[in-house]
Ligand binder design. Structure first.
Ligand code: ADP
Length: 398
C-alpha cells in the first residue's frame, strides 16, 4: 500500500481534489477530480493518473446538498476506490492567512477559530475552505489536516506595496494589501525555474486568468507587487467580480441606491465582472461564442484592464523580461493572450501566432523583447508539497 496525501481546494461551487503518492523523487500525481455545481446540480468527475475515468456521476435532487454532505459522499467513494493508498494527511488551500499565518500549518482548534475570524476578508472562499476542513474532521478525526495559504507567497511584499492611502491605525489593524493566488504563483515560479532558471531570476509577470484573475510581479521568485489586495475583489475584471473600482461607487450604492452591505457584497463578488458587463455569462468561452456586442465589450474590457494593470506592475519591477499566462483562460485562450500582448506591443512583445494558437510553452516570436510563455498551473501539487513539509516540520510521518 503506498502512502499518499490528498490536496483539497474547496471553493464556493466546486471542490477540486488530487491524490499524490509519496515517491523518493517527490509527490507523484495520482487520481484527481472535480465536484462542480454545488448548490445547483452537483456533478463529480474523477480520473486516474492515466486519464481513465474513475467516476462520472450526478446527484438526484442535488441542489440542496451542502459541501459537507457532498464531501461525505466523496469520502465514501475514496474509501471504496482508493483502497491501495494509505492517506496520511489532507492539505487544503486556505485563501486568507491574514498577517499571522504564512507558513503551512497543521490545523487545530485554535487555528480554525483564528481562520474563522478572517472569513469577512474572503467571504466567497474562506467559509468553504473551512467547511471542508470541519467536514473531514468529523469524518476522520485523527487524520492530520494542513492549511496552505494563498496569501503566503505575498507575505514579503515590499512595505510600500502593502499600504492603502488610509490612516496608519487601520493599516495596523490589518486593512492592507495581501495578495492572493499565491499557491499558483509559487508553482509558476518553480516551473519556470525548471524550464529556464535564468529567466526565473529576472523580472517576471505572471497572469493567473481563470474565474478569479490576478497578476503577480515577481523578481527572482519573490512577489514584489500583485493586483489583488485586501480581498480577492481587487485588480482585474474577473468572471463575476468587479476588480478595482473607485471606492466612491461603494458609498454611492449604499447611500443613493439604498443597497445594504450584504447586497453590495453580492453585487461586487457575484454579479459584476464579465457576467455583469456582458449580461450573458461569466464564462469566457460563452462570451467568445456569442454574437452579442455586449460580449465583445466585456472581452475588450478584460484585456484592456489586464494590459493596464500589467503596465502598473512593470513599473513596480522597473521593466519586464517574461510574461507567463496560466489558469483556465491563460492556458487555453489564444485570442485573449494575443489581445493582451497586442496592447503591450509598446514593450516590444511579439507573439508567434502559430505557437499561440496551439497553446505552446513558448508563444513569443524570436524577435520579441519579452519572453512570453504558457505554463499550466498546479495549485494541488503545491498544496501536496507544503503538506509534506508541514508534517516533516512537526516531526510527523513523512
Ligand atoms: P477557477 O479555477 O478560478 O474556477 P479556471 O482556471 O478553471 O477557473 O478558469 C475558468 C475560465 O477559463 C472560464 O472563463 C473558462 O471559460 C475559461 N476556459 C477554460 N477552458 C478554456 C478553453 N479551452 N478556452 C477558452 N477558455 C477556457
Amino acid at each position: 500500500m503506498s502512502r499518499a496525501v490528498v490536496s483539497l481546494n474547496s471553493g464556493s461551487s466546486s471542490i477540486k481534489f488530487a491524490l499524490f503518492t509519496l515517491e523518493p523523487e517527490g509527490p507523484r500525481h495520482g487520481a484527481a477530480g472535480k465536484l462542480e455545481g454545488i448548490g445547483t446540480a452537483p456533478h463529480l468527475v474523477a480520473r486516474a493518473a492515466d486519464g481513465a475515468v474513475l467516476v462520472d456521476r450526478g446527484w438526484d435532487r442535488g441542489a440542496g446538498l451542502t459541501h459537507e454532505a457532498l464531501l461525505g459522499d466523496l469520502f465514501t467513494w475514496a474509501g471504496d476506490h482508493l483502497t491501495d493508498h494509505d492517506i496520511i494527511a489532507v492539505g487544503h488551500r486556505v485563501v486568507h492567512g491574514g498577517t499571522k499565518f504564512f507558513r503551512p500549518l497543521i490545523i487545530d482548534d485554535t487555528l480554525l477559530s483564528a481562520l474563522d475570524a478572517l472569513c469577512p476578508l474572503a467571504p466567497l472562499h474562506q467559509p468553504h475552505n473551512l467547511a471542508a476542513i470541519r467536514a473531514i474532521r468529523t469524518l476522520a478525526p485523527d487524520l492530520p489536516q494542513i492549511a496552505c495559504f494563498d496569501t503566503a507567497f505575498h507575505h514579503d511584499l515590499p512595505e510600500v506595496a502593502t499600504r492603502f492611502g488610509l490612516p496608519r491605525a487601520l493599516h495596523d489593524k490589518g486593512l492592507r494589501r495581501y495578495g492572493f493566488h499565491g499557491l499558483s504563483y509559487e508553482y509558476i515560479d518553480r516551473a519556470l525555474r525548471e524550464a529556464d532558471p535564468e529567466l526565473a531570476s529576472d523580472r517576471v509577470i505572471a497572469a493567473h486568468l481563470g474565474n478569479g484573475a490576478s497578476l503577480c510581479a515577481m523578481q527572482n521568485g519573490r512577489s514584489v507587487d500583485t493586483t489583488m489586495g485586501f480581498t480577492a475583489l481587487d485588480g482585474l475584471i474577473m468572471g463575476t467580480r468587479c476588480g478595482a473600482i473607485d471606492p466612491g461607487v461603494v458609498i454611492h450604492l449604499q447611500t443613493q441606491e439604498g443597497m445594504s452591505a450584504a447586497e453590495v457584497e453580492t453585487l461586487l463578488y457575484k454579479q459584476a465582472g464579465l457576467l455583469g458587463v456582458s449580461g450573458i455569462s461569466s464564462d469566457m468561452r460563452a462570451l467568445h461564442d456569442s454574437d452579442d456586442p455586449r460580449a465583445a465589450e466585456a472581452i475588450d474590457l478584460f484585456t484592456w484592464r489586464a494590459a493596464r494593470e500589467a503596465s502598473a506592475l512593470i513599473s513596480s519591477l522597473g521593466g519586464v523580461d517574461a510574461l507567463i499566462f496560466t489558469a483556465g483562460i491563460g492556458e487555453n485562450d489564444p485570442v485573449i493572450r494575443a489581445a493582451i500582448c497586442a496592447r503591450l506591443a509598446w514593450l516590444g512583445i511579439v507573439i508567434d501566432p502559430s505557437a499561440n494558437a496551439r497553446n505552446a510553452p513558448i508563444i513569443s516570436a524570436e524577435d520579441s523583447r519579452v519572453a512570453v510563455r504558457v505554463i499550466p498551473t498546479d495549485e494541488e501539487r503545491m498544496i501536496a508539497i507544503h503538506t509534506l513539509a508541514a508534517l516533516t516540520t512537526a516531526g510527523g510521518q513523512s
